[in-house]
Design a protein around this ligand. Structure first.
Ligand code: MCA
Ligand code: AMP
Length: 505
């Protein structure tokens, strides 16, 4: 039977070649990958999973967690990764909305998640950071030669939740071919081969660490150092025996500030890729001066995988995201009318191609609203194309803050803050932050006489929102600035507090 994505992965896999090495010295060959993902797929099958069922996964980063993703692909399941930082309140929504067959969590979360899973009819199994847990126990006795489920190019491989500007998060449905076509393209344009060794320090519950990094390595038959989280000392040390690193801009800000970053330290590396948030031109320059490497910046989205990339050979221009990838069509349009604009003019970025997702899970109206009649997806990013064809992202048409590569939708945080007793209303904004790019900041109006302070607001959010969504600072003012239509003028707030984090770190 043919399995569109896994057949390609299997094709690139040389059983004796190294696939993963952890900092603890544990190693997996491609043969181990085939066996362990086969056993896990067998365990899913034995539990009663049917092709098309969702498997929601909130676990620490580990090679076994990656094997579980591959097992889902092989079993025809829809992999649904969830940020390890999500609270039970957040998880309740994702599980209720996606109705998974199975929830895989850390042993620590099991008791909290069990009643939620039960409410929505899902089973619960565990997977811990060291490769133990009930799911691994089940897999141990399974046959490593799993017969992969038949999946065509349009079969669903994953759902990744991404928050909308209004309402709750939406599940972006990604097909086997969305993932395979994009990773194959990236492998080719970034010239990956089996000789490459990637420093993998990103989380694996988002597109960047899961699909861009891991799938490109898998489709090249290359290998990777798999780190639980980013640590600049460790990254510098691993550069001696690696060839590529992929990261969010915060990785490069931290490395550029590190005394250990020199031309010699980076001499064995051939490529540094940045994405998920804008890389400041000053970071690009500082990194190049110290390391001799021009970071390659690319641009993507959960819904579209990667859209553009600076060239591997050719000028990598700071402040641009390069050219549309082969097979991807990109245009800039008037945000109101949707009419294409001339090069050099700023407007809405729209894309189409095999990389673009199938739609939002069980939200046909929202899906329709984000596509043009001719099939182009409206990204919500504002940009322009310059005379050389490089794409520039100049802003966002969506109210979104990106902090250290994580997206935060102000509306979600404002809704939580507004429920805290004593709060009249709030506006959540992102302002320049030297480490995270944007620092999430809450501007709050309190009721007369209410004794609110920053700590009370932060305490009110603690069990409701993941840590990265909690404001770095809470500021109290008498009233929010509004325009004549009554809309809060966040641009005024952003200007007023632009220097808030200037002195930190
Ligand atoms: C951690 N904290 C954060 C963040 N990360 N706060 C805001 N924004 C963040 N990104 C919290 C911690 O819980 C901690 O709180 C405090 O901030 C400082 O933590 P620190 O030790 O400095 O952070 P860290 O653990 O070193 O993490 C920073 C990080 C990490 C390495 C930048 O956030 C990260 O790996 N980000 C990558 C995100 C990513 O993969 N994005 C790709 C999305 P406390 O001290 O109170 O506990 S995919 C995507 O966007 C598209 C498709 C694309 O184009 O790729
Ligand atoms: P996500 O919802 O996590 O998929 O985030 C996608 C968003 O991240 C895009 O719509 C952009 O706003 C932003 N993004 C990703 N890569 C870049 C980049 N290189 N430069 C600027 N913004 C980026």
């Amino acid at each position: 039977m043919s399995n569109h994505l896994f057949d390609a992965i299997r094709h690139a896999a040389r059983p004796d070649a190294l696939f993963i090495e952890t900092t603890g010295g544990r190693t997996w060959t491609y043969g181990d990958m085939l066996e362990q993902s086969g056993r896990l797929a067998g365990a899913l099958d034995r539990l009663g999973l049917r092709p098309g069922d969702r498997v929601a996964v909130q676990v620490d980063k580990s090679p076994e967690a990656l094997m579980l993703y591959l097992a889902c692909v092989r079993a025809g399941a829809v992999y649904l990764p969830l940020n390890i930082a999500y609270t039970l309140a957040e998880l309740d929504y994702f599980i209720g909305d996606s109705e998974p067959f199975l929830v895989v969590c850390t042993p620590k979360m099991r008791d909290g998640l069990q009643p939620i899973a039960q409410k929505y009819g899902a089973l619960v199994e565990t997977l811990d950071a060291d490769g133990g847990g009930s799911l691994l126990d089940l897999a141990q006795d399974e046959d490593p030669d799993f017969l992969d489920a038949s999946c065509g190019p349009d079969s669903l491989a994953a759902i990744l939740y991404t928050s909308g500007t209004t309402g709750r998060s939406k599940g972006a449905m990604l097909t086997h071919d969305n993932l395979l076509s994009n990773a194959s393209t990236l492998r080719d344009v970034w010239q990956f081969t089996a000789d490459d060794r990637l420093i993998h320090a990103l989380p694996i519950f988002h597109t960047h660490g899961l699909f861009v990094a891991s799938n490109v390595v898998l489709l090249s038959g290359a290998s990777m150092y798999f780190l639980p989280k980013f640590d600049p000392d460790e990254a510098l040390q691993l550069m001696q025996t690696s060839t590529v690193m992929m990261g969010v801009p915060t990785f490069y800000v931290r490395l550029a500030q590190h005394d250990g970053l020199t031309r010699q330290a980076a001499a064995k590396m051939r490529l540094f890729v940045s994405g998920s948030a804008p890389l400041l031109a000053e970071t690009h320059r500082a990194f190049a001066e110290k390391s001799g490497h021009a970071i390659l910046e690319r641009y993507g989205m959960t819904e579209t995988n990667m859209n553009t990339s600076n060239p591997y050979d050719g000028d990598r221009i700071a402040g641009t995201v390069g050219f549309p990838l082969p097979g991807v069509s990109l245009r800039v349009t008037d945000p109101e009318t949707g009419k294409p604009l001339a090069d050099g003019e700023t407007g809405m970025i729209e894309v189409s191609g095999p990389n673009v997702f199938k739609g939002y899970w069980r939200m046909p109206e929202k899906t329709q609203a984000e596509f043009r009649a001719d099939g182009f997806f409206i990204t919500g990013d504002l940009g322009k194309i310059d005379e050389r064809g490089y794409v520039h992202i100049v802003g966002r048409g969506k109210d979104l803050v990106i902090s250290g590569g994580y997206n935060i939708y102000p509306k979600e945080v404002e809704t939580e803050i507004d429920q805290i007793p004593g709060v009249v209303e709030s506006a959540v904004i992102g302002v320049p932050h030297p480490d995270f790019g944007e620092g999430l900041t809450a501007v709050v109006v309190s009721k007369p006489g209410a004794s609110l302070d920053e700590n009370i607001v932060l305490n009110g959010l603690k069990d409701r929102l993941a840590r990265f969504k909690q404001p770095k600072r809470v500021i109290f003012i008498d009233e929010l600035p509004r325009n004549t239509m009554g809309k809060v003028q966040k641009n005024i707030l952003r200007d007023t507090y632009a220097g808030l984090y200037r002195k930190e770190r």
